[in-house]
Design a protein around this ligand. Sequence first.
Ligand code: MG
Length: 392
Amino acid sequence: MSGGADSDLRNIAILGSTGSIGVQALDVIRSNPDKFRVETLTANAQADKLIAQAIEFNPNAVVIADDSKYLQVKEALAGKDIKVFAGKKALASIVESGETDIVLNALVGYSGLEPTLRAIRAGKPIALANKETLVVAGELVNRELEINRVAMLPVDSEHSAIFQCLTGEFHNPIECIYLTASGGPFRGKTRQELEQVTFRQALKHPNWDMGAKITIDSSTLMNKGFEVIEAKWLFGLQPEQIKVVVHPQSIIHSVVQFTDGSMKAQMGLPDMKLPIQYALGYPNRIPSDFPRFNFMQYPNLSFEEPDRENFPCLDLAFEAMNIGGNAACRLNAANEIAVQAFLQEKIDFLKIPHILSYCLEHGTQISNPSYEDYVQTDEETRRLAIEMTGTN
Ligand code: MG
C-alpha cells in the first residue's frame, strides 16, 4: 500500500458504488485524482447510475448484480475499454482482480459477507462500510484476516473514530470505549408514540445522510447494537468494555478510555466523506475542503443514556454477543426481513424488535460456525422471520 511515487496511486474497487457510501467515496476519489484510481465499480440494480459513474471514472471493470440489466450496461459502455459482468457470482469474484489495492465494501446487509471473505483470501485490504460482515461472521472474518495477514480499515464513523484515537496507541490496553449515538429520529418518544410511527418518519435522520436500511436501523437503535458487535471484532473487546452514550449533535464520533483513565475522542461535523477518505488514504491524512466545525455554533454538546426499554434492539445485540456462535447472524437475518417488511408497510415499527427477539431465541444455536453454517443460519432465520411478518 506504500512505496515509490508511482505506487502511491491506489486502485480502488467499490462494491456498492451507487449507494450512499459508494457515491460519497467517488466524491473523495474525484477530488484526489493523484491519490486514487477506480479499478472496479459494482451496483445491484441501478444501471443508469452505474453507467454514468463508469463513463466518468473509466474503471477496468463494472459488475451489475441484476442479470436483467446486463445488456443495457454492456451496450451503454460499448466502445469503451471497460469489462462488463453481471450476476452475484461475478460481484463476489471481481474483488480478486490483481489490480485492486483496496476493496471498499459498501454493500448493504448479509450480501457483503462473501465478497469480504473472497477479498481477504485474495490478500486485498478492506475498507469496511458493510458492518453486517462483522455482525454476522466476525469470528470467521477475524480468523481469515489473521491467516491472510490482511488489514481491515473501518469506514463506519464511530469505528473510524476509535481507530483514529488508537493510532499510535495500539500497544496500550483499552479500558473501555464509548460509541456515541444520535438517538435517531425517534429519540424521546414514548411507547405509545412509537406505535404510530411510519417508515417515512423513520427515514428522516436528524444528522446523517445515509441509505434507507441503515436509517431504519438507526431509528430502532439496531444500528448502534450492530456497531457494538462490530467494535468487539474490530478492536478485540469484551462486551462489558463497550458502552453506548446518546449524543444528539453527532459531533463526538466516539471515545476511547485507556487504563490510566485518559479519554481520547475524535470530533468533527457529521460527514461520511471524512471516514471514507481516512480509510482509503490510511495512514495518511489527505487535505480536504470539507466544512469545518465551529465551536460557537455548538455551545452545548449534550449526552444522555440510551432508552433501552423503548428501543430493545440495542440490548438484543448485547444478548447475541453474549450467546456467541451464530446468534448475531440470526439477529441480522431477522432484522433484514423485518426492516424490509416495515418499509413495505407490512408491519408496525414495534413489531421489528419483536421479530428479532423471537428469531434470536428460537433459531438453531451453533458454536464455532463455519461459512456454510452461517449461510444456512441466514436462510433458516429469514424463513422464520418472513413467517412472523405475516402474523400479528
Ligand atoms: Mg455508524
